[in-house]
Design a protein around this ligand. Structure first.
Ligand code: GLY
Length: 341
């Protein structure tokens, strides 16, 4: 086991610059590239990681984050985000925020312009308005089509029907495999982007931002804006973040646990794997388990310690995360518990 980080110890910041590192979820190659550019110019890690994820929040083609994110069951996009700043150990977050495409920037404003940590719903929107954030419709045509397909295939007991011929049977049933194949990319996913950075000064910060579970019940909030679950940083130890099924993470306070495991000397990858195992062990709800008793969902973690060592893990094989540690942005394989069925 690597050397532990003493609890509460102030890290001796190097007088010579530290080698910056940025890690992110698989959809964060552009985020780590931008974060690295800024950190190389001397930016604080928080400025760098927020600028990185803003690229993905602005991208209509990423249907898991910001503008173009998949909406709730009423067809309204609701965003969650949180930021945490290592050097000051301050945090800010927003949940169920409508009409503002960069919730990570609103979360940062909560951190900097209030003494609160989390604002939700209408209050978060009014706060964003007061700070000059522009309101816009976040629902793209692509996301609206995906929502409509989901709604039309939801149940036979409602009046929403997909295109059909008069004698078609089984229209409007719960999504069958053929429909899932056609729309699997969109099916109830919990994409999200997380980004953690270690800057030239040896300081760490992180951000997580998401449109949350596709077609969720309005007001549903996942792990992303919850400090200790969707992200956590201790500037003396390391930083962690998550994507995937937020409910599983919320019930396990995973990112704080990962940082505490790194504090004892566990590698970032092992710390992530341990929490993945813990989530699997704690998942008891039958409808969430397959015939082998394994989760029907996935959840992914990303972690980096203050030495710039990084790792990631998830329940099932085949996942990658994004990293930039000096040369170029690249995907790195995630550790996993089970081979994907
Ligand atoms: N991890 C994102 C969510 O569950 O909302």
């Amino acid at each position: 086991m690597a050397q532990a980080f003493p609890h509460g110890a102030a890290i001796a910041r190097s007088s010579t610059p530290v080698k910056p590192v940025a890690i992110s979820s698989a959809n964060g190659l552009r985020a780590v590239t931008r974060a690295m550019e800024l950190m190389r110019e001397g930016a604080d890690a928080l400025d760098a990681v927020i600028a990185g994820v803003n690229i993905v929040e602005d991208d209509p083609n990423d249907t898991t984050v910001g503008y173009g994110g998949l909406p709730n069951e009423d067809g309204v996009v609701e965003l969650d985000a949180a930021v945490m700043h290592g050097p000051t150990h301050r945090a800010g977050a927003v949940a169920s925020l409508r009409n503002i495409k960069n919730p990570s920037r609103v979360a940062r404003t909560v951190m900097e312009r209030t003494d609160h940590v989390l604002l939700v719903g209408e209050g978060a929107l009014r706060f964003a308005r007061a700070h000059g954030f522009k309101e816009e419709d976040l629902l793209t045509d692509k996301a609206r089509q995906a929502w409509l397909t989901w709604k039309e295939n939801l149940s036979t007991s409602d009046d929403w029907l997909p295109p059909h011929k008069p004698d078609d049977k089984d229209i409007g049933r719960n999504l069958d495999p053929a429909v899932l194949d056609a729309f699997g990319e969109y099916f109830r996913h919990t994409g999200t982007i997380h980004c953690s950075g270690l800057d030239l000064q040896g300081n760490m910060s992180c951000v997580t931002t998401t449109s949350g579970l596709a077609f969720k019940i309005p007001g549903r909030v996942g792990d992303s804006p919850i400090i200790g679950a969707g992200l956590y940083v201790d500037n003396a130890v390391g930083s962690a973040g998550s994507t995937g099924r937020g409910e599983a993470n919320l019930a396990n306070c995973s990112c704080r646990m990962i940082v505490e495991a790194m504090r004892t000397g566990k590698s970032p990858e092992q710390a992530c794997l341990d929490i993945v195992q813990s989530i699997v062990d704690h998942t008891k709800l039958r409808c969430l388990l397959d015939d082998n008793g394994r989760p029907r969902f996935d959840v992914a973690f990303y972690a980096m310690n203050v030495r710039g060592e990084f790792g990631g893990a998830r329940i099932y094989s085949g996942g990658v995360f994004s990293v930039h540690d000096g040369t170029e942005a690249r995907h790195h394989p995630s550790a996993y518990l089970y081979k994907k069925p």
